[in-house]
Design a protein around this ligand. Sequence first.
Ligand SMILES: [Zn+2]
Length: 475
Amino acid sequence: MRIFILVNVLLLNTLLLTAQTYIPLSNDTNGLYQLKRQIIKSKEAEIKSITDLKNKEALQKIYTERADDLIKALDSNCYLLRTPLNLYVNTIFNEIIKSNPSLKDRNIRLLINRDAEANALSRGDGTIEINIGLIARLNNESQLAFIICHEISHYILNHSNEDIQKTISDYQSTATKDEINSIAKSKYNQNTRLQNLLTDITLRHRKISRQHEKEADSLGFLYLSNTIYSEAEALTALDILDHIEDEQNKIQIDYSKVFNFPQYPFKSEWLDKSDMLVMVQKKTTSEILLEDSLKTHPDCKIRIVYLKASPVQPNKKIFFQNEDLFFEMKKISKYEVIEYAFYSKRLSYCIYESLKLQMEFPDDSYLVSKIGKSLNIINFAKAKHEVGLYVPLVSSSYNLNYYDLTHLIREWRSTDITNINMLFVLQYYNKFKDEEFLYTSYQVAKANNDLETSDIIHNEYLNKYPNGSYKEKFY
Ligand SMILES: [Zn+2]
C-alpha cells in the first residue's frame, strides 16, 4: 500500500517547537577494572572467612560463581556506570555512609542495575543494587535513601550468605537425603512427593526471608534516622512497593485507537483471543501455597505497621539534593527502561513501555523512533519465523494490557506490520526532524516498499544533516 501522507505533511511544514528527543545515557567504563578488582577481593575475603568446614567446597563454589556472574553482568552492559544517575544515587549513598561511621570500612559498593523490575538487592558480598525500574516508581529522594539503607542492612546482617549456608545444609541434611532416597525407591507418587519436599524447603526459607525483611527494615530505619533524610518516607516507600501491581494495571493502552488509521483501520479480530491456545493451567496445591506466600513477599502492609512504631524525628529533609533533580532522574529511569529493553532485544516490552511513556511525553521523538525500529525488526523476524526471539510467548501471568500487545504483534501479518508502522511513525513527520527519527522513518517506508516516500525522507535527511551519522547507512 502506498501512503501519500507525506506530501500533505510537507506542505503543512509546521515544525512544532515543543518537539524533544531523549538522549540515552552512555556508560563511562573508566574505573571498571578497579570495580572488578574489588569484587574479586571481596570474594577472596568471603572464602577465607568460611567457618562451615563440612560445606566449605560448596560455599566456595557459590561465592566464586556469584563473583563471576557479577563480573560477566558488568561486561554485558547490565549496569549504568558513571552516568548522572549514578552521581545522583551516589550522593545519597555517601550521605548514608558519612552519617553512619560504622559503615565506613565495610567495603560497600552501590550499582545501578538497568533492570525494569521495581526491585533492589544486596548480593551479600558488599554489592548493593538498585534497579532503574525502582527509581522510576519512587516519589522522592528519602524513599530511595531508605531502600539503600534497607539493602545495606541485609549485607551488614549477613542475610544473603546466611541464606546460602542454610540452603546448602538443608539440602545436605540427613533428613532431606533420606526423603530423596525413599522417593527414589518408591513406585508411586514420586513427582508429588518430590514437589512436596521442595515446597516444604521453600516455605521454610520464605519464613526466614520474611524475618530478614523485618530486620533489614529496622536496621535500615536506624541508618536512615542518622542521616538528613526523612524517616517518614520509609513508610511511603513500602506503600509504593505494596501497590506496584495496581499502579501497573492502572495505565491501559487502547490499541484500537493507537493503531487505528483511516487508511488502515484497526480490526477488532486482531484482539480476539478465542482462536488462541490460552495457556491457563490448573494450579497445584503447592503452587497455590507458594503463590500465597509470594504475595506476602514484600509483606509491606505488615512491615509498615511494624515500622510505624519507630519514632520519627521532626525537621528532616524529604529532598537533600535539588527536588527537580529527583524528578529528572525519575524521568531518565523511565526512558532507560526502554533503552535497555531495546538493547536486550525484548522488543514487545520496549514498544509497550514506549507507548506508556508517550502518554506522559507525547512530544518526544525518541519514543516514536524506538517503536518504529522495534516493529521493523519484528517484521524482519516474522519472515524468518524468529518472532519468538523478540516477543515472548503469551502467558497468563502478564498484565492483560501487555498480553494484548504481544498477542496483537503475533496476530499481525507482515503487511499489517509494515503498513501500521509506517502510518504510526509518519504521523509525526511534521513534528519531529531529528536524525534518529528521520532515519527510522526512512527504514519503515522502505520496509513498506514505499520508495517514493523513502526517497523524499532520504533527501530531507541529507539536506538537514549533510554530515549526519546515518549518511552512509541509507540503502
Ligand atoms: Zn529486603
